[in-house]
Write a protein that binds this ligand. Structure first.
Ligand code: NAD
Ligand code: UD1
Length: 373
């Protein structure tokens, strides 16, 4: 059992991972500024885990219990210092950080590159500075398959050694944060995905493919602001009648049915991948791990439409439109290294993803927006 700091823990991926980590017996301190989430997700995680959610200040007035929430910004150095200092003062030093906090919308990053670099790069740098000062040198970082840009057809499924070629400010900010982590580990410029690290740093850079779905309870799930950019939440909103139709971005891609192919990974598989990465880091010599988290299976846009139609027993009206700028034809992970290193692989199918995502959408048609606890 470890005392963990979870940045961005109220968000989509963070909330599901908090549940898995609580179930594994860890003590969690969540830091979130709620810029893209609300505390309702964590209230529900607490309910599912059967523990109370304590709310506190960065200066921590009370001993940390199983699950504590502090509202704050990862760029706020005083807040970070207060958290590490007061956890230590209560005899509960933070042993490791799972760093989800960040901005993730590609289109928005093109409009607001300074904001993306500020939160994703400066925020990460300040977090690492506080960790370093307080001798907490274990971190699991949320990276993204977006780093692979337009992967070469010869490199599908994509290994971790594929060229890194971000094609938008969001991807560039993740690349910069990954580079900073490699510098800290003393591994600058070395391409190997598993390397010994110097200075005591234990680091996992997890490159997620397309995380979707929800916890099977239907109590927590993805709650995008406004019109979803991503396929899966858009489809569930069409199925539930919140949007009239899906626009399919291109049916002339070099794929079996002409629509884009992606590697969709159930959010609970992803959350379990974090648990395994954390345990691997805590139980090994200092190292820098760079791992894809994906299923290794590709599904096209029309595959996902059909799977959701079967699950929901509703037609999903859709129309073909031109390709979306910045899209790749196919991105599918080679997940072999994560399987070898973490003894982890995805357990859940596209059918499971649709079942759980649909249950969440039906029970929460407006996300957490009008939710009662
Ligand atoms: P999310 O927006 O649901 O969660 C991010 C959380 O971070 C939110 O709760 C938000 O309020 C918080 N946050 C944002 N800026 C903050 C700040 N300055 N200080 C404190 N908290 C802050 O996103 P998510 O889907 O859960 O993604 C989590 C991480 O995974 C992000 O770093 C994202 O870039 C990365 N990622 C996500 C995906 C995906 O498809 N969801 C894919 C690849 C990588
Ligand atoms: C997008 C981001 C990527 C990010 C990932 C996070 C872009 C260009 N890329 O990836 O950087 O890491 O989300 O999950 O935004 N589609 C439709 N209609 C829609 C929405 C999507 O046809 O309304 C298609 C897309 O063209 C693509 C597939 O569905 O072929 C998946 O799209 P999406 O869910 O947005 O994910 P990515 O494009 O993989």
């Amino acid at each position: 059992m470890a005392q963990l700091l979870i940045t961005g823990g109220a968000g989509f991926l963070g909330s599901h991972t908090c549940l898995v980590l609580l179930e594994a017996g860890h003590q969690l301190l969540v830091l979130d500024d709620f810029s893209n989430s609300s505390a309702i997700s964590l209230e529900r995680v607490a309910e599912l885990a059967g523990v109370p959610l304590q709310r506190d200040q960065p200066t921590l007035k009370a001993t940390l219990e199983a699950f504590t929430l502090v509202e704050g910004d990862i760029r706020d150095t005083q807040c970070l210092d207060a958290l590490f200092t007061s956890a230590k003062a209560f005899g509960q030093p933070i042993e490791a950080v799972i760093h989800f906090a960040g901005l993730k919308a590609v289109g928005e990053s093109v409009q607001q590159p300074l904001r993306y670099w500020d939160v994703n790069v400066v925020g990460t740098q300040r977090l690492l500075t506080a960790m370093n000062f307080h001798h907490c040198r274990t971190i699991v970082f949320s990276s993204s398959a977006t780093l692979y840009g337009y992967p070469h057809p010869n490199q599908i499924p994509i290994p971790e050694t594929a060229p890194i070629q971000p094609i938008n400010p969001y991807g560039a900010s993740k690349h910069a944060a990954e580079a900073l982590l490699a510098d800290l580990a003393g591994c600058s410029g070395k391409p190997e995905p598993i390397q010994a690290s110097s200075g005591g740093w234990r680091i996992a850079r997890l490159r997620y493919f397309n995380p979707v779905g929800a916890h099977p309870s239907g109590r927590i799930g993805e709650d995008p602001n406004g019109i979803p950019n991503n396929l899966f939440p858009f489809i569930t909103q069409v199925a539930v009648g919140r949007r009239p139709e899906l626009t399919v971005f291109g049916d002339d891609w070099p794929t079996p049915d002409g629509t884009g192919v992606r590697d969709y990974i159930h959010v609970m598989d992803l959350a379990e991948g974090h648990r395994e990465a954390l345990h691997s880091l805590l139980n090994s010599d200092p190292q820098l791990l760079t791992l894809n988290l994906g299923s290794g299976q590709g599904a096209s846009v029309l595959d996902v439409v059909k799977a959701m139609e079967a699950t929901s027993q509703r037609a999903i009206p859709h129309r073909i439109a031109p390709r979306r700028p910045g899209d790749a034809a196919i991105t599918v992970a080679n997940p072999t290294l994560a399987a070898q290193q973490l003894h982890w692989r995805t357990q859940r199918s596209l059918t499971d993803i649709c079942r759980d995502g649909w249950a969440w959408q039906q029970d929460n048609p407006n996300g957490y927006g009008e939710a009662c606890l």
